[in-house]
Design a protein around this ligand. Structure first.
Ligand SMILES: N[C@@H](CCC(=O)N[C@@H](CS)C(=O)NCC(=O)O)C(=O)O
Length: 210
């Protein structure tokens, strides 16, 4: 049994998309982190910071988006969403998948909050360096890792989509728009979107800061 602890339109979205890509049955557990009452303390036993996403695979709990994606893509190799150990592309795959959480997300969050800092003040470095890196990468390769779609793309494309089209923090560069068009033109993306929109009706609506 695969259980997915999630909240629609949140940092759980990339994992939601990945689960649809896997094509395996899974059960959704809604965790309404936006509810005025907050998340029950009991959820800390699953996710120590009471955040989403988390998964429980046959009793094994995995938290942190990058770890969840690496775990799932390796656990279900038939979905062909990760280069196998020993494959030369594995290094770039891990680097780019983890980059989404360790550099991209915090650099965008810092920019959104108007934080002023120098490149060596935080491990994620400067927003401009992150944008330049992704622009160069996606101009050179159609996907996060070469010619094929991997679990790194569910993270990178969902992050780019949310921060560029919804938060309006990431610049709308043609290379990002073209990448999004390519990466999201997939049946699993469409089914994930439909399911997420349906679930969004059952939880506290998302509010954006102006
Ligand atoms: N480091 C976690 C962060 C996940 C995260 O920030 N989740 C947000 C979703 S937008 C959350 O649960 N926020 C609710 C809260 O902080 O109370 C990961 O990468 O999995």
């Amino acid at each position: 049994m695969l259980k997915f602890y999630c909240l629609p339109w949140s940092r759980a979205s990339g994992v939601f998309w990945l689960l649809e890509e896997l094509g395996r049955p899974y059960q959704i557990e809604l965790v309404d982190t936006r509810s005025p009452g907050g998340v029950p303390e009991s959820y800390r036993a699953i996710q120590p910071n009471k955040k989403v996403p988390a998964i429980d695979h046959d009793g094994t709990v995995v938290t942190e988006r990058a770890a969840i994606c690496i775990y799932l893509a390796d656990a279900f190799p038939e979905a062909r969403l990760a280069p196998a150990i020993g494959d030369k592309r594995r290094a770039a795959y891990l680097t780019r998948l983890v980059y989404c959480d360790s550099v991209f997300d915090p650099a965008v969050a810092a920019r959104a909050q108007g934080l002023e800092y120098t490149g060596n003040s935080f491990s994620f470095g400067l927003f401009e360096d992150m944008v330049a890196n992704l622009e160069k990468l996606l101009a050179a390769e159609p996907y996060a890792v070469g010619d094929s779609f991997t679990a790194a793309d569910t993270q990178l494309a969902s992050g780019i989509h949310f921060t560029m089209n919804i938060l309006n923090v990431l610049p709308k560069l043609p290379v990002f728009e073209q990448y999004l068009a390519r990466a999201t033109d997939r049946p699993a993306y469409r089914s994930y979107q439909a399911k997420e929109a349906e679930l969004a009706r059952q939880v506290t609506p998302i509010q954006f800061r102006r």
